[in-house]
Design a protein around this ligand. Sequence first.
Ligand SMILES: [Zn+2]
Ligand SMILES: [Zn+2]
Length: 261
Amino acid sequence: MPARYEADLHIHTLLSPCAEIEMIPPLIIERAVEVGLDLIAISDHNSAENVRAVMEAAKGSPLKVLPGIECESVEGVHVLCLFDKADDAESMQELVYASLPNLPNQAEKLGEQMVVTTDAEFVKYCERLLLASTELPIDEIVSEAEARSGIAIPAHVDRRGYGLYGVLGFIPEGVNLPAVEISRRSTEQKARQQHPDLEGRAVITSSDAHMLADIGSCRTVFQLEHRSVQEIKLAFERLDGRCVEECRTVGGGYSSADSES
Ligand SMILES: [Zn+2]
Ligand SMILES: [Zn+2]
């Protein structure tokens, strides 16, 4: 029997230069549990170097953490890639790193990119520029995520910057995109009215939290047998009682600078 799970599938850590320094594994888990989430995904910009630490930090808590990456396509579109296994997220990261410009991060301008342990001890700075587009077209990101048993979901599609509709204006044909993520600025109803090509696709929403206070502020309620990417795929297809039940915005305050990241 599927059960109800509240999910926020788009959360950054302090590896993302635009995230606050408090976005460390123990505090992310603490906050997610506090606000009643059952499932989260860690999705830093073009990197998965902190996913293991957060997954490990969730052990012994009621929370399930999925490893992910927010990839930036060559078109300048952000795509959430979610996996069940850290190995698969890290393999995706290798591909992404090979497709990013080989430039150093501009820490003074963009912010530091920190890799930490489960207990939030400093390991190293990720020295490469993460806030950049890869050479990978959207369809390739989708097929490469699928090849690693993952799923690709265009992020905050309604945003002018980095959103699929904002950048391209439509969902490209022939690309397997069973779901899209909308930002807090839109609602499922509004998005479906504006974009008829959402017909037959699921719509989710997530916080895109760069600050602790924002975790869970936008969330998606799923009906799943258990918490995994494979189950989320079935929910997008509405198979055997699994489904996306509701997109929800909780509370009014959104503290992150309303950035386009
Ligand atoms: Zn993001
Ligand atoms: Zn983004």
